[in-house]
Design a protein around this ligand. Structure first.
Ligand code: HEC
Length: 115
């Protein structure tokens, strides 16, 4: 009785699967181990925090809290972290961090998920 609907159901299943892959890929969370994510979050407090403030409320560098980053293009923020902003004090991090780790960090900052 339900047979005619099977292809439709299968299509939904596939779209769902593709959607999950897209989410994982776009947030760049696929390859970051729990241990590495702890290291990265610690680094944000200590290394980035030395300029942006330990609580990210700003210092030598501007604040990096969600309200401050709202409306800014994530790719622009990623490029800032990757390549720095010479001649401003913001140093480049690509090399110490991978592009994927930078994308992950930007998502965490935007969402305020830096414990
Ligand atoms: C030596 C000081 C210093 C360190 C360390 C530093 N920053 Fe910065 N950062 C700055 C300054 C200064 C600016 C503003 C540059 C400008 O005037 O455009 C900035 C800008 C930024 C911006 C752009 C903000 C915006 O609103 O456009 C982001 C994002 C950022 N930093 C993230 C980081 C992250 C993540 C780290 C650690 C991996 C880090 N910074 C480490 C000094 C620093």
């Amino acid at each position: 009785m339900f047979r005619p609907y099977y292809p439709v159901l299968r299509l939904f299943q596939r779209v769902g699967l593709l959607f999950s892959f897209a989410v994982v890929y776009n947030t760049g969370w696929a390859d970051i181990s729990p241990q590495r994510s702890q290291e990265l979050l610690k680094m944000v407090r200590h290394d980035c925090g030395s300029c942006h403030g330990y609580t990210l409320k700003g210092g030598l560098g501007p604040p990096l809290l969600p309200a401050d980053l709202a409306g800014k293009d994530p790719e622009f923020l990623e490029a800032t972290i990757a390549h720095g902003r010479s001649p401003q004090a913001m140093p480049p991090w690509l090399g110490l961090l991978t592009q994927e780790e930078i994308r992950w960090l930007v998502q965490r900052l935007i969402r305020g998920e830096v414990p």
